[in-house]
Design a protein around this ligand. Sequence first.
Ligand code: FES
Length: 129
Amino acid sequence: MTTQPAQRQATRHVLAAAADVPPGTNTEVVVEGRSFALINDQGRLHLLRNVCPHHGAPLCHGRVQGHMLPSEPHTYEWSGDDEDHRVVVCPWHGYKFTLKDGRSLTEPDRMRVRSYEVVREGDEIVTYL
Ligand code: FES
Protein backbone atom coordinates (compact mmCIF):
# COMPACT_ATOMS: atom_id res chain seq x y z
CA MET A 1 0.00 0.00 0.00
CA THR A 2 1.35 3.42 -0.94
CA THR A 3 0.77 6.47 1.09
CA GLN A 4 -0.06 9.82 -0.42
CA PRO A 5 1.92 12.85 0.66
CA ALA A 6 -0.09 15.03 2.99
CA GLN A 7 -1.73 17.87 1.08
CA ARG A 8 -1.84 21.19 2.74
CA GLN A 9 -5.33 22.60 2.97
CA ALA A 10 -5.77 26.20 1.97
CA THR A 11 -7.19 28.35 4.71
CA ARG A 12 -9.77 31.04 4.05
CA HIS A 13 -8.66 34.50 5.22
CA VAL A 14 -10.92 37.54 5.30
CA LEU A 15 -8.79 40.49 4.18
CA ALA A 16 -11.28 43.32 4.48
CA ALA A 17 -14.88 44.35 4.19
CA ALA A 18 -15.61 44.97 0.51
CA ALA A 19 -16.96 48.44 1.35
CA ASP A 20 -13.54 49.37 2.76
CA VAL A 21 -11.74 48.60 -0.52
CA PRO A 22 -13.33 50.77 -3.21
CA PRO A 23 -11.80 51.18 -6.69
CA GLY A 24 -8.54 53.10 -6.43
CA THR A 25 -7.50 51.42 -3.20
CA ASN A 26 -3.97 50.11 -2.65
CA THR A 27 -3.61 49.14 1.00
CA GLU A 28 -1.67 46.83 3.26
CA VAL A 29 -3.29 43.74 4.77
CA VAL A 30 -1.50 41.33 7.08
CA VAL A 31 -2.21 37.61 7.12
CA GLU A 32 -0.43 35.39 9.63
CA GLY A 33 2.30 37.98 10.03
CA ARG A 34 2.89 38.41 6.29
CA SER A 35 2.26 41.72 4.59
CA PHE A 36 0.32 41.98 1.31
CA ALA A 37 -0.74 44.80 -0.98
CA LEU A 38 -4.48 44.56 -1.60
CA ILE A 39 -5.37 46.50 -4.73
CA ASN A 40 -8.74 47.37 -6.20
CA ASP A 41 -7.94 48.59 -9.68
CA GLN A 42 -11.17 49.77 -11.29
CA GLY A 43 -13.15 47.00 -9.65
CA ARG A 44 -10.56 44.31 -10.32
CA LEU A 45 -8.99 42.88 -7.16
CA HIS A 46 -5.33 41.94 -6.87
CA LEU A 47 -3.22 40.65 -4.00
CA LEU A 48 0.56 40.92 -4.15
CA ARG A 49 3.28 40.28 -1.63
CA ASN A 50 3.98 43.68 -0.14
CA VAL A 51 7.73 43.52 -0.65
CA CYS A 52 9.42 44.80 -3.78
CA PRO A 53 12.03 42.24 -4.90
CA HIS A 54 14.51 45.02 -5.72
CA HIS A 55 15.14 46.46 -2.24
CA GLY A 56 12.04 45.64 -0.24
CA ALA A 57 9.81 48.68 -0.58
CA PRO A 58 6.16 48.30 0.45
CA LEU A 59 4.20 48.07 -2.79
CA CYS A 60 1.02 49.15 -0.96
CA HIS A 61 2.44 52.68 -1.31
CA GLY A 62 2.93 52.33 -5.05
CA ARG A 63 0.88 54.08 -7.71
CA VAL A 64 -1.34 51.88 -9.91
CA GLN A 65 -1.47 52.83 -13.56
CA GLY A 66 -1.01 51.78 -17.19
CA HIS A 67 2.34 52.05 -18.96
CA MET A 68 3.92 52.93 -22.28
CA LEU A 69 3.82 50.14 -24.85
CA PRO A 70 6.49 49.44 -27.48
CA SER A 71 5.73 51.56 -30.50
CA GLU A 72 7.20 52.98 -33.70
CA PRO A 73 9.65 55.91 -33.48
CA HIS A 74 7.92 59.21 -32.77
CA THR A 75 4.72 57.51 -31.70
CA TYR A 76 3.44 56.92 -28.19
CA GLU A 77 1.07 54.21 -27.14
CA TRP A 78 -0.31 54.21 -23.63
CA SER A 79 -1.88 51.00 -22.36
CA GLY A 80 -4.57 52.90 -20.49
CA ASP A 81 -7.01 50.73 -18.61
CA ASP A 82 -6.21 47.49 -20.46
CA GLU A 83 -6.28 44.85 -17.74
CA ASP A 84 -3.24 43.02 -19.14
CA HIS A 85 -1.05 46.11 -18.81
CA ARG A 86 -1.95 47.58 -15.43
CA VAL A 87 1.04 47.89 -13.11
CA VAL A 88 1.97 48.95 -9.62
CA VAL A 89 4.96 51.29 -9.57
CA CYS A 90 7.38 50.72 -6.71
CA PRO A 91 7.46 53.85 -4.52
CA TRP A 92 11.24 53.76 -4.03
CA HIS A 93 12.91 53.31 -7.42
CA GLY A 94 10.06 53.02 -9.88
CA TYR A 95 10.20 49.41 -11.00
CA LYS A 96 6.84 48.40 -12.47
CA PHE A 97 5.14 45.08 -11.73
CA THR A 98 2.10 43.82 -13.59
CA LEU A 99 -1.00 43.35 -11.49
CA LYS A 100 -2.01 40.19 -13.33
CA ASP A 101 1.07 38.13 -12.39
CA GLY A 102 3.55 40.34 -10.54
CA ARG A 103 6.25 40.23 -13.24
CA SER A 104 8.61 43.15 -13.64
CA LEU A 105 8.17 45.00 -16.91
CA THR A 106 11.91 45.38 -17.39
CA GLU A 107 13.06 41.93 -16.22
CA PRO A 108 10.00 39.65 -16.38
CA ASP A 109 12.00 36.41 -16.20
CA ARG A 110 14.22 37.49 -13.32
CA MET A 111 12.20 39.76 -11.08
CA ARG A 112 8.70 39.05 -9.89
CA VAL A 113 6.42 39.80 -6.97
CA ARG A 114 4.37 36.86 -5.86
CA SER A 115 0.65 37.28 -6.55
CA TYR A 116 -2.29 35.45 -5.00
CA GLU A 117 -5.91 34.71 -5.72
CA VAL A 118 -8.28 37.19 -4.14
CA VAL A 119 -12.05 37.21 -4.49
CA ARG A 120 -15.08 39.00 -3.22
CA GLU A 121 -17.48 36.74 -1.35
CA GLY A 122 -20.59 38.64 -0.36
CA ASP A 123 -19.49 41.64 1.68
CA GLU A 124 -15.99 40.31 2.25
CA ILE A 125 -12.74 40.20 0.31
CA VAL A 126 -10.98 36.92 0.92
CA THR A 127 -8.02 34.85 -0.09
CA TYR A 128 -7.12 31.21 0.40
CA LEU A 129 -3.55 30.56 1.50
S1 FES B 1 12.78 48.85 -3.85
FE1 FES B 1 11.35 48.67 -5.45
S2 FES B 1 12.37 49.40 -7.20
FE2 FES B 1 13.81 49.53 -5.58
